[in-house]
Write a protein that binds this ligand. Structure first.
Ligand SMILES: CC(C)(COP(=O)(O)OP(=O)(O)OC[C@H]1O[C@@H](n2cnc3c(N)ncnc32)[C@H](O)[C@@H]1O)[C@@H](O)C(=O)NCCC(=O)NCCS
Ligand SMILES: Nc1ncnc2c1ncn2[C@@H]1O[C@H](COP(=O)(O)OP(=O)(O)OP(=O)(O)O)[C@@H](O)[C@H]1O
Length: 199
């Protein structure tokens, strides 16, 4: 089994790439964002500590964490973001390691792990290869504003808290340019996958 880490800046297209790979190859796909979401649910292992960190005002009427409100706070406050990461990331990494072990047991050929923070969180230790999904900054901005309804300010703030293009590039083994049509991206992915399919 081979484990690939898929990373890149916000809105680069990591999730789209993961979906494509999951549908077209014998692969287990794991999203760190999803793991993060689960451990932050009421009853999840990080919920209590996060409420302690931010106070009750970041919970909704039904007791869930208000993710939009948390995003507004942490992407403007590096210390708070670090504190949140220190709570969430160890739990996410444990979740991902378990999911990889389960895939191994099930006999899956490939595992793709997607996260914006693979490099900072040293996922190279558990991945055989890291892939960088690149898309031009302006293109990412446009897709996030139009596709996801983010404000320009929100995009700018998230980007300011992520690695630069050079940092992503220098830590990864392979790079995909998703600035253009997704059909072009598929070709790059299929071409790369040929390398393993013929082994
Ligand atoms: C701040 C939170 C609540 C915002 O949630 P929301 O549902 O609005 O957005 P979502 O989770 O989809 O994040 C949007 C994008 O922001 C970027 N981002 C998220 N967390 C971080 C971070 N810690 N550092 C840098 N960028 C980040 C990613 O590109 C991500 O895809 C959430 O992202 C969070 O809890 N982040 C900290 C924990 C974390 O890093 N989770 C990801 C799994 S490791
Ligand atoms: N090649 C493409 N052409 C047009 N739109 C695209 C392309 N790739 C991705 N998108 C769109 O851009 C947006 C961001 O893509 P996606 O959610 O896959 O990014 P991401 O890297 O996973 O983001 P995040 O860091 O927030 O998790 C989505 O609305 C997606 O549908």
């Amino acid at each position: 089994m081979k484990v690939f880490g898929i990373t890149g800046g916000v809105g680069a297209g990591k999730s789209e790439v993961l979906t494509y790979l999951g549908q077209n190859y014998d692969a287990t796909v794991i999203q760190a964002d999803e793991a993060g979401y689960l451990v932050m649910l009421p009853g999840g292992e990080c919920y209590g500590e996060i409420v302690k960190l931010f106070g009750r005002q970041i919970t909704t009427e039904t007791g869930e964490l208000d993710r939009k409100r948390i995003a507004e706070i942490v992407f403007q406050d590096e210390e708070k973001l670090k504190a949140l990461n220190a709570i969430v990331h160890p739990a996410v990494k444990r979740y991902i390691k378990k999911a990889i072990a389960a895939a191994e047991k099930a006999g899956t050929e490939y595992v793709f792990v997607e996260a914006a923070l693979l490099i900072e969180e040293k996922y190279d230790e558990i991945c055989d290869e890291l892939w960088y999904i690149y898309a031009d900054e302006e293109v990412r901005k446009e897709r996030l504003i139009e596709g996801r309804g983010y404000s320009e300010k929100k995009v700018r703030e998230i980007m300011a808290n992520q690695l630069s293009e050079d940092e992503f590039s220098s830590h990864c083994d392979f790079e995909i340019d998703n600035s253009g049509d997704f059909e072009e991206t598929k070709k790059q992915l299929d071409h790369r996958m040929k390398k393993y399919e013929t082994l």
